[in-house]
Design a binder for this molecule. Structure first.
Ligand code: GSH
Length: 296
């Protein structure tokens, strides 16, 4: 009996994954903005709003925050349509598709959008880059391990799904992430070792921030959108996780930073989270708060 189940289990999973993809495709078809995107406006493709933060993923939140910081008009497509690289987020800008949050930012700067780092010394820019890579390419995987491998029952705290949809999403994402963790190398460490890496990354980040308001000084710079994207996931979407507990107990300056960024750039936070105050903003055109200024 068990042997038969072992044989048909991959088929069942493949069937379920197909159903999920079908569901996402139908949702995408129905929710792509019908509205025309104005010139010089970024159309961000994300994964939809999260439960306790405006995205269930760090990278779309980073890109959207960047648009707010650099005063770039934008709209968000919540359909979960993945990029040509099979990841989220990506964007369309004046007819050009760009995949990967950082390439999107680089492209926008090349197109003449505000460079938030134009006042930084090369050595501080270099440090900011190194810390961003640590967070996005290392700490991120410890987050995936904590949520999808150690506590998949907590996925609903971040992704606003329930019932079969939640069960399917957790199952499929869990399988994809387990494979990716292995490919990255993080998944080959023990749970204790992975947490040790996460804790040391958080400590290093806290030391880099120190008593400053933002990572590169008293005013925000580009790296802050990436830090915010990731730390907001750990803090708002992973309550009771080791990451969240550690931030609150041992590195509270990171918590202060998250709250500072949220206050400054996300006055509409509660309307953008899928809670009681949620307001659907598909097709909404976000216009810059300040039309021409060098201050983010
Ligand atoms: N370097 C990419 C990372 C994007 C990324 O890893 N996105 C995740 C969501 S958090 C994703 O799309 N995962 C889908 C997959 O790996 O199949 C960026 O900055 O955009």
């Amino acid at each position: 009996m068990f042997a038969v189940f072992q044989q048909i289990a991959p088929l069942i999973l493949a069937g379920l994954a197909t159903l999920l993809l079908l569901y996402l495709f139908i949702r995408y078809k129905n929710s792509t903005p019908k509205k025309k995107v104005p010139k010089d406006t970024v159309l961000i493709y994300g994964v939809g709003r999260g439960v306790a933060a405006p995205s269930g993923s760090p990278f779309p939140l980073k890109l959207e925050t960047f648009c707010r910081m650099a005063n770039i008009p934008y709209m968000v497509d919540h359909s979960c349509k993945m990029s040509s690289k099979g990841k989220t987020p990506w964007m369309e800008y004046n007819g050009k598709a760009v995949a990967d949050s950082q390439f999107c930012i680089e492209h926008l700067k090349e197109q003449g959008c505000l460079d938030l780092d134009n006042d930084l010394e090369p050595s501080l820019k270099a440090q900011a880059r190194a810390f961003r890579e640590m967070v996005e390419e290392n700490l991120y995987w410890t987050m995936c391990h904590e949520l999808f491998i150690m506590h998949p029952e907590r996925v609903a705290r971040a992704i606003p799904y329930s019932g079969v949809k939640l069960w399917l999403a957790t199952l499929v994402l869990g399988r994809v992430i387990r494979k990716e963790l292995w490919g990255h190398g993080m998944g080959r460490h023990s749970d204790t070792q992975i947490w040790d890496i996460a804790r040391r990354d958080l400590q290093a980040l806290s030391a880099f921030l120190g008593e400053k308001n933002y990572f590169c000084g008293e005013e925000p710079h580009e790296v802050d959108c990436a830090m915010f994207g990731m730390l907001a996931q750990l803090y708002y979407h992973m309550p009771d996780s080791r990451h969240e507990q550690y931030m609150k107990e041992y590195v509270p300056n990171l918590v202060d930073f998250v709250e500072r960024m949220r206050e400054r750039y996300w006055p509409d936070w509660h309307e953008r989270c899928k809670g009681r105050n949620y307001v659907d903003d598909s097709c909404k055109l976000y216009l810059p708060k300040i039309s021409s200024s060098n201050t983010p």
